[in-house]
Design a protein around this ligand. Structure first.
Ligand code: ADP
Ligand code: MG
Length: 624
């Protein structure tokens, strides 16, 4: 498959040959798998008829890990070996997990960038834990569909960064799945409702799950979804409603102070049951056995519950407002609102969302299945089960596109997985005084150093008017059209001089090469950051040396006596020397030392240039 293209002409499969493809919603609380069967996308159930697989993995000694409901049930008694909400750890570094959010687990102290959790079955990373969930869903799909899977579409939150997406892909690969595409969860929900087949417009996706809230604003433009904005709250969801109800029960039953862990767990369970019951009923009976063994019974009505959860629901509205503002649109411009996540079953949530967006949200598809259904539809298309014209939906850039900057560093203008078409611009400047041309090197890849990326094209911008270093403003624009064609333009803004080149990055790079490059970028991430730091410091030193040498040549004799000059020369050669090493701190110190040594000289030059600038003018002119 060529880069930046979904399919190549003539590569579609024969119509009768249906390939088995699945869509997976790898959720924080629950995960699902769906597939298109006889033209219909539906989620697949396990042997006991359950569609939702709790995203919980329990590690045991000398045994295969247990995934799903029974792991979830064991979580309270075996918290160290039972990993819940692993999605929150995906793509995170060891620094991120030192957070108390994850303090249930015992992280292995080590130097590696990927944190590992200590369990009785050995140390596991978030990628491996997620792989267990995916393996379980894969087995379910193979059993239900009765054959080998050709590939899977896996959904990720729209805000997932490169590392989090890569971690998800790695987990899938570990689970033996061929990843056809990672798909944004909100996009999958929109696809499930067939919104991609409708006319262009703006769609808001409101996703309230167990422990997270996300809102995304998508713009559909000729079959391509663009994520205009995302917002949310990573610690807000149905669990918080359960906690509010549990607190109410404790108050009512007068068991505030003496409740132990097991009691609180039972309360949370009862609260959740009551909440879910109130989705269909107006009232429900709540029961709890007190610590002294006595039973408390009470009624919880919908109206009671509203009082308890309204403030939580209100907390979801401000991210909605923020997302609209970031997208630069008003609430009236939203054409559809899609409900996603189990907690959007709560009728009060639907009411409030409708009130805010001033339109009834789409709720026909089960909100906890809608993402998996959309993923399955997309998987069916990508596996080649649909006619060619449906293949062009949702294209993304598989590797970042960037420019070489001073010191052989790659500055990324468009990051991997950005939906196309897309245009991004950035301003650069000249490095030397009087520089009239600039050579532009376009590269592709995730690595920090240009030498580790793929070179796509080189071209030059000529005719920049001579100016001091840093004064020219060169705006470089990268534009990738819907066919994946990249064009790069560079323009010097003060003079308007322009240069342009078309680049076709789809030549030559095979999928396996992409994989290798991505793997490299993961493996080298830490080393890359370090070499970037070194290179940046060296470039800074070069700049200082060059500027000083040029100045000394013009007016060194004029402003410096011999002793001063010798000191400066010494500091200069010290910097020269240390700049051959990779010792960032030493280079920094040498620059600092040189600057101190030169300070008198710099001051004299400055004063004289001010006098020079003012000569022939009266003071008043400068004061106005
Ligand atoms: P996630 O996206 O975080 O994996 P889900 O979308 O599966 O989570 O949502 C789980 C949440 O949905 C839980 O808090 C659960 O209580 C809630 N939920 C599920 N069914 C209902 C229902 N019928 N009424 C109210 N809340 C529900
Ligand atoms: Mg979800």
């Amino acid at each position: 498959m060529a880069l930046l293209q979904i399919s190549e002409p003539g590569q579609a499969t024969a119509p009768h040959q249906h390939r088995l493809a699945i869509g997976i919603d790898l959720g924080t609380t629950n995960s699902l798998v769906a597939s298109v069967r006889s033209g219909l996308a539906e989620t697949l159930a396990d042997e006991s008829g359950q569609h939702l697989l709790p995203s919980v993995v329990r590690y045991l000694q000398h045994q295969q890990p247990v995934v799903g409901q029974s792991a979830k049930e064991a979580a309270p008694d075996d918290p160290m070996n039972t990993i819940v909400s692993v999605k929150r750890l995906m793509g995170r570094g060891i620094e991120d997990v030192r957070d108390n959010e994850f303090d249930t687990y015992k992280f292995v102290e080590q130097e590696s960038a990927v944190p590992r959790i200590h369990t009785v079955a050995g140390d596991v990373s978030a990628i491996e834990v997620s792989a267990e969930i995916l393996k379980s869903l894969r087995a379910r799909a193979e059993k239900t569909l009765g054959g080998d899977l050709s590939g899977a579409v896996i959904t990720v939150p729209a805000y997932f960064d490169e590392a989090q997406r890569q971690a998800t892909k790695d987990a899938a690969r570990l689970a033996g799945l061929n990843v056809l595409r990672l798909l944004n969860e909100p996009t999958a929900a929109a696809v499930a409702y067939g919104l991609d087949k409708k006319s262009d417009g703006i769609i808001a996706i409101y996703d309230l799950g167990g422990g997270t809230f996300d809102v995304s604003i998508l713009r559909l433009n000729r079959g391509v979804f663009e994520v205009m904005a995302t917002a949310g709250d990573s610690a807000l969801g149905g669990d918080d409603m359960d906690a509010a109800i549990a607190r109410w029960i404790m108050q009512q039953a007068n068991i505030q102070d003496d409740a132990d862990h097991a009691q609180i767990r039972r309360l949370m369970h009862e609260a959740r049951r009551a909440k879910e019951a109130l989705t269909d009923a107006d009232a429900t009976t709540v029961e709890v056995v007190r610590m002294d063994g006595s039973l408390w019974q009470g009624q919880l009505t919908r109206a009671d519950m509203h009082e308890l959860i309204d403030s939580l629901i209100r907390k979801t509205i401000s991210p909605c407002r923020r997302a609209l503002r970031d997208a630069g649109i008003g609430v009236d411009e939203v054409d559809e609102v899609v409900m996603v996540g189990g907690s959007t079953r709560v009728p009060r949530v639907r009411e409030q969302v409708e009130a805010f967006f001033k339109r009834p949200p789409l709720v026909d598809i089960d909100p906890d299945k809608v993402v998996a259904v959309g993923a399955a539809l997309q998987a069916d298309v990508l596996a080649g089960n649909k006619p060619d014209e449906e293949m062009l939906l949702l294209d993304v850039i598989p590797l970042s596109l960037g420019l070489e900057t001073m010191g052989g560093l790659s500055e990324k203008l468009i990051s991997r997985n950005t939906t196309i078409p897309v245009a991004r611009a950035q301003e650069f400047t000249t490095y030397k005084d009087g520089q009239t041309a600039m050579s532009i090197h376009v590269v592709q890849g995730e690595r920090e150093m240009v030498q580790d990326c793929r070179s796509l094209a080189r071209f030059s911008l000529h005719g920049i008017p001579p100016m001091v270093a840093g004064a020219a403003r060169i705006r470089v624009t990268f534009q990738v059209d819907a066919d994946g064609l990249l064009s790069v333009t560079a323009q010097e803004l003060t003079s308007g001089v322009q240069s342009r080149i078309e680049v076709k990055p789809s030549y030559g790079l095979e999928d396996t090469e992409i994989e290798q490059m991505l793997r490299d970028s993961m493996e080298h991430a830490r080393g890359d950051m370090e070499s970037r730091r070194v290179r940046e410091q060296q470039v800074e030193a070069d700049r200082v040396i060059e500027a000083l040498e040029a100045a000394l040549q013009t007016d060194g004799e004029q402003y410096l006596d011999q002793a001063e000059r010798e000191k400066i020369d010494q500091a200069l050669s010290a910097l020269h020397q240390v700049n051959q090493t990779e010792d960032v701190e030493a280079i920094k110190a040498a620059i600092k030392n040189l600057e101190t040594t030169c300070s008198a000289y710099v001051e004299r030059r400055m004063n004289s240039s001010i006098q020079h600038a003012m000569s022939g003018h009266s003071i008043e002119e400068f004061e106005s």
